[in-house]
Design a protein around this ligand. Structure first.
Ligand SMILES: *Cc1c(COP(=O)(O)O)cnc(C)c1O
Length: 415
């Protein structure tokens, strides 16, 4: 037995090596329409001297998989061009795309201003990680420039913008905020996940940094987590890229390939979602129990004028405020939905509706609406299918409200 095994090893000696040796093939004529998926941890260097000098390679060169492969470069370049910026850094989530520039640019003991309507996990990050670094965190009223003026000073390192605000849909005057921030020597970062660079380009309005949750519209199919940070300035971009490397934030080339695939249909997905969402928003606005529809294309939305001035369209995400009396019955009404799914995130092909508790995330005076807001993300289904589903939902609410039956789930318990 043992002899036989030795013979097998000897006979296969060449094959053993062959199996792990990369063959030489020609790429000549390979003019594919697709983006190559290039996986790598190790990058091979021609000699020891080149390896020793690897960190002086061009910033877009290849050193180690963590810093990107050609697949990453394709996505970085496309996003940089769409945002009209200088450099893009890819990170493993939209949340990381916000945490990274803050950690890279706000020193321990520094100061940051966040809008009160900020994506709630960012509030969490500020109150934990940033507080631990003795960073002074202040939340400003997203729609009140005087409130921002009263909080900003020469010690402010970064002013964050998210327009529109998560769930409560406050639109911010990016140009004016950038002017105020720059006059105080602060940088400006903007979360542009709702609009994507197709509907708004914050860098063109004075922001220094724009962040996209690629997990949402840009990848577009509810199967990817990734984020991007694009800067208006090359030096700022390199600073953030270096910090990403030190923190070990890398992304998978397979995922980058899927984001690039999603990007190819971004325009038509947004076009369809925008048209359907507006129809659905108008349908909901006509329901008796609806208090207000926060869709910026409707003149009744407080952000309408700013949206109309700055944005070239609306995506398919908007919010609905209901009469207080409807809130205790919400959970039962959600039970009758068939086409809408209930779940986190948005911007995919399938429509979602979720009850979002907002009061606890708005600590300043800005939020005066009900505690629970409905957030809808309209996908690519036929619009009638969605309004039929919503008719079931609103019918259930009406019936239960008429009966005065307490469905037993209060807004507090929904949170
Ligand atoms: C979802 C979201 C994020 C975070 O994106 P993830 O990829 O889920 O981490 C950031 N900002 C906004 C406005 C979002 O809606």
């Amino acid at each position: 037995m043992s002899n036989g095994f030795a013979k097998f090893e000897e006979a296969k000696m060449d094959d053993q090596t062959r199996c792990v040796t990369k063959s030489t093939v020609s790429f000549r004529g390979y003019e594919s329409l697709t983006t190559p998926i290039c996986r790598a941890s190790t990058i091979r260097f021609p000699n020891a001297a080149a390896y020793g000098a690897r960190h002086s390679r061009d910033v877009d060169g290849y050193i180690y998989g963590l810093y990107g492969t050609p697949t990453h470069r394709f996505l970085e370049k496309t996003l940089t061009d769409l945002e009209q910026g200088a450099r893009t850094v890819l990170v493993p989530s939209g949340q990381a795309a916000i945490a990274l520039p803050i950690l890279a640019l706000v020193p321990a003991g520094g100061k940051i201003l966040l809008p009160d309507s900020v994506y709630p996990p960012v509030r969490d990050f500020a109150e934990n990680e940033l507080s631990a670094l003795n960073v002074e965190v202040q939340f400003y009223d997203p729609t009140d420039l005087l409130d921002l003026q009263s909080r900003i000073d020469r010690t402010t390192d970064l002013v964050w913008i998210e327009s529109p605000g998560s769930t409560t849909m406050e639109f911010q005057d990016v140009g004016e905020i950038a002017r105020i921030a720059h006059a105080n020597g602060a940088l400006v970062g903007c979360d542009n996940s709702w609009a994507t660079p197709l509907l708004f380009k914050p860098l063109q309005h004075g922001a220094d940094i724009v962040v996209e949750a690629l997990s949402k519209y840009i990848s577009g199919h509810s199967d990817i987590l990734m984020g991007s940070v694009t800067t208006s300035d090359e030096v700022l971009g390199q600073k953030i890229k270096a910090a990403a490397g030190r923190m070990g934030l890398g992304t998978s080339p397979d995922d980058c390939g899927l984001v690039l695939r999603g990007l190819e249909t971004l325009y038509i997905r947004l076009e369809k979602s925008q048209a359907s969402a507006l129809k659905v928003a108008r349908w909901i606005a006509a329901q008796a129990v609806t208090k207000q529809v926060l869709h910026p294309a409707l003149p009744s939305c407080p952000g309408h004028a700013l949206w109309k001035r700055d944005f070239s369209g609306a995506s398919g995400v908007f919010s609905v405020l209901l009469e207080e009396a409807a809130l205790p019955h919400l959970s039962h009404a959600f039970d009758v939905l068939e086409s809408f799914s209930i779940g986190a995130s948005w911007g995919g092909t399938k429509s979602l509706m979720v009850p979002m508790p907002v009061e606890s995330d708005h600590r300043s005076k800005t939020w005066q609406g009900p505690d629970i807001v409905l957030r809808l993300s309209i996908g690519l289904e036929q619009t009638d299918v969605l309004t039929t589903d919503l008719a079931r939902f609103f019918g259930e609410l009406d019936q239960r409200m008429a009966r005065g039956a307490d469905a037993g789930l209060t807004s507090a318990r929904l949170g």
